[in-house]
Design a protein around this ligand. Structure first.
Ligand code: FDA
Length: 498
């Protein structure tokens, strides 16, 4: 293999002193493409035009990560860290602009060690949330963890951005349940919570991946779940009253008992109410008939199962699969997506929903997912973690366009829809969720060798709010003032005036 520059050659030589050669994949290695593609979710960023890394380092232990940081610093080669590879903009393995960088892939660092008595676990960043769920339930079926719906997303990126899911109303975000972490910083040091200090520990729990260092593992508090939970899915077409039901859902769902999460997927001319109740069908039925009779839920809709089964059911809609499907790490590369997000603080009127639903007609239309807040996720103060969308938020909206082949029509749809929705959602700034990464809302500019704070504010205040962004940037200024860990949406370093 011929690296493209002297810096790259020096970097690879430096790496070879500390990392076994079979763990370093350069474009000359026969398996480079398959290793690079191994966890890529979005084939938009696996094209011939994509700016690819000069190598992938498949770290097998912490010292490999430290070596990559030290060699990278010494020879001026930046790193992109990849855990599950599910970043919506591919920032864990590609660069928007031409740049020589290396990928440190953490898929090999995915141990889950459960301490049943303490109801806690250490999990490696390279684990998927499905692997975490599976290992926790294997240790004790009445323990679980609140994280995302899709089992294949990586712990490393997911926890770095917050972690919203079906239990956040009862137990908060993933990051609200992180107790400790180990991180390799920009100097190559391994730090735990005590050594990194509370500002940095605050920042890595929701301030977005790729800004502060490489988080190797996380200690999490596990939560108790009942032996049986109840899942149900009810669909309503517009003709069956979808518009009235969604209108009511907006203020109802955030105020329901915290054991009950009802999220909504709007696609075609239908609203799909996807629900998880941490209790039995007998307990759930009176809640539904008194609070949400419009759904017409009955005993026949109840699917009682273990919490672990529900994690699979809610993602796939099927009860027939073995639980081991949660361990599957193979991604399909057939669907291209573009995702955007919003938050709603004031319910959208019925008349407005009548104008929104027609957008979900036609072959290029995508879908939206509405995730209710309220309960524990909203009780935590906006500044307690970098995730600021707390007390006043009714729900999050994820916009999704998907296609195979030519994406022009689907992208036109999502851009038009997002712009139409602007009148109904939070404004000044229009809020967004960092884990639903969207480069359209702003990208960094580098001025004098570091990311400028002004360019970071454009997108960063949408994800974190002004106060949290500032605290993130000051923390970045203390821990990585030279801006080594940098990407298109990394937190800029801010060094306060002396
Ligand atoms: P990936 O490895 O691509 O990393 C994402 C970012 O974090 C990159 O910038 C990367 O450099 C950085 N990073 C990764 N590992 C790091 C580490 N160890 N230390 C420091 N930085 C690191 N979200 C949600 O909250 N709830 C949900 O239900 C879902 N569902 C969902 C479904 C599907 C199909 C997708 C594709 C995505 C979601 N998400 C989600 C969004 C998801 O939380 C988000 O994409 C995460 O960043 C994915 O984490 P990965 O480790 O897979 O990403």
């Amino acid at each position: 293999p011929t690296p493209s520059s002297a810096a790259a050659a020096d970097f690879l030589r430096c790496l070879s002193a500390s990392v076994p050669s079979q763990l370093v994949f350069t474009p000359g290695s026969p398996s480079f493409t398959s290793v690079l593609a191994s966890s890529v979710r979005n084939p938009r960023f696996l094209t011939l035009g994509t700016v690819r890394p000069l190598c992938v380092v498949a770290a097998a232990n912490a010292s490999h990560v430290q070596a990559a940081v030290l060699c990278g610093r010494r020879h001026g080669v930046r790193l992109r860290v990849r855990s599950g590879g599910h970043d919506y903009e591919g920032l864990s393995y590609r660069s928007v602009r031409p740049e020589e960088f290396a990928v440190v892939d953490l898929a090999g660092l995915r141990d889950v060690r459960v301490d049943r008595a303490a109801a806690a676990a250490w999990v490696g960043s390279g684990a998927t949330v499905g692997e975490l769920y599976y290992a926790v339930a294997a240790a004790d079926p009445q323990l679980a963890f609140p994280a995302g719906v899709c089992p294949i997303i990586g712990v490393g990126g997911h926890f770095s951005g917050g972690g919203i899911g079906m239990m956040m109303r009862k137990h908060g975000l993933s990051v609200d349940n992180v107790l400790d972490a180990t991180l390799v910083d920009a100097s190559g040091r391994m730090l735990d919570r005590k050594a990194m200090g509370e500002d940095l520990f605050w920042a890595i729990r929701g301030g977005g991946g790729g800004s502060f260092g490489v988080v190797l593992s996380w200690k999490v508090r596990l939560v108790r779940v009942p032996p049986r939970v109840t899942a149900f899915t009810i669909q309503k077409t517009v003709a069956q009253g979808a518009i009235d039901a969604v209108t009511k859902w907006q203020t109802l769902a955030p105020a329901l008992p915290e054991e009950l999460t009802i999220r909504v997927i709007i696609q075609n001319q239908q609203a799909r109410f996807q629900s998880l109740y941490l209790g039995t069908c007998d307990q759930l039925l009176p809640v539904m008939s008194s609070r949400f009779p419009e759904l017409g839920m009955s005993r026949a809709d109840c699917r009682e199962m273990s919490w672990l089964q529900s994690a699979l059911y809610i993602n796939t809609g099927s009860t027939g699969q073995p639980l081991e499907a949660l361990l599957n790490r193979t991604t399909s590369l057939s669907t291209f997506t573009k995702n955007k997000s919003d938050y709603v603080k004031q319910a959208i009127t019925r008349e407005s929903w009548q104008k929104i639903f027609p957008w979900f007609n036609g072959p290029s239309a995508g879908l939206i997912i509405l995730e209710p807040h309220g309960g524990q996720v909203s009780r935590i103060a906006d500044g307690d973690t970098p995730y600021p969308h707390r007390s006043s938020v009714l729900y999050n909206i994820q916009h999704i366009a998907f296609w195979s082949g030519d994406g022009t029509a689907a992208t036109t749809w999502i851009n038009g829809f997002y712009s139409f929705m602007g009148q109904f959602v939070t404004k000044d700034p229009r809020a967004a969720y960092v884990n639903y990464r969207d480069l359209d809302i702003g990208q960094n500019a580098v001025v004098g060798g570091v990311t400028s704070y002004d360019s970071g504010r454009v997108w960063g205040e949408k994800y974190f709010g002004a106060a949290n962004l500032k605290r993130l940037a000051i923390t970045k200024g203390k821990t990585d003032p030279g801006d080594y860990f940098r990407n298109e949406q990394s937190v800029p370093p801010l060094v306060p005036n002396k």
